[in-house]
Design a protein around this ligand. Structure first.
Ligand code: G3P
Length: 218
């Protein structure tokens, strides 16, 4: 499973990209608004940092506007994946954009039926928002399993991008159920690294060596 970082903040992207663990980036209008800098500048910086898929979302909600924005966003870089909201006009745009060779990510997916429609239209990615389903007492991770079955049965090549993470467990379960990508917020990437036994174990190794009086090898 690939790991994307879910932020529009170039500094956070650079920090984790430098670790060599990030395969791509997902953004959305809320994440762009949070950075507090000119949108054009942050997108240009992200494009410079990342050599991998970068999802940028359209703001239009009708077919003509989505098509206009999508073509302009795709022209920014060959790595741009145009994020399109789950709407009938959005799905129509996905169909035509896929015929033009423009990569798409259908976002705000909350049901297997929506994911299937996006795949039928030729979306490159679908983004089920698992955390937001859990937020309203649903089972977001179950949706990943349903979509995996549907895509495998129908031989759809659309990638499942598990989004709206809340916990490290979401990421692990998404991988176990066959998601192609998990996009994870920077603060949650930190949580993936952590385990109290790792910290305690390292503290003990270093303390034991120091108190032994042994000379380090190098
Ligand atoms: O990639 C989608 C993600 O940004 C949504 O996350 O936490 O707003 O539900 P959240």
């Amino acid at each position: 499973m690939q790991l994307f970082i879910d932020t529009a903040d170039p500094e956070a992207i650079k920090k984790y990209y430098d670790l060599g663990i990030i395969d791509g980036v997902t953004t959305n209008p809320s994440l762009a608004a949070k950075v507090g800098r000119a949108y054009r500048d942050i997108v240009n910086e992200i494009i410079q940092i990342v050599n991998g898929p970068i999802s940028l979302e359209v703001l239009g909600t009708n077919y003509d506007e989505i098509m206009r924005e999508a073509r302009a966003l795709a022209a920014l870089s060959e790595n741009v994946v145009v994020k399109i909201p789950m709407l009938p006009e959005g799905i129509k745009a996905v169909k035509h954009l896929s015929q033009e060779g423009i990569k798409t990510n259908v976002t705000l997916v909350f049901s297997a039926a929506q994911a299937w429609l996006a795949a039928k239209a030729g979306a490159s990615y679908v983004s089920p928002f698992i955390g937001r389903i859990d937020d309203i007492a649903g089972d977001g991770i179950e949706l990943i399993a349903e979509i995996r079955d549907i895509f495998d049965n129908g031989l759809y090549e659309t990638k499942i991008l598990a989004a709206s993470d809340r916990t490290p467990r979401h990421v692990v379960q998404a991988a176990m159920l066959g998601a192609d990508v998990a996009t994870v917020k920077p603060e949650n990437i930190d949580k993936l690294f952590k385990h109290p036994l790792s910290k305690d174990g390292l503290d003990k190794f270093l303390k034991d060596f120091e108190s032994s009086g042994l000379e380090p090898l190098v």
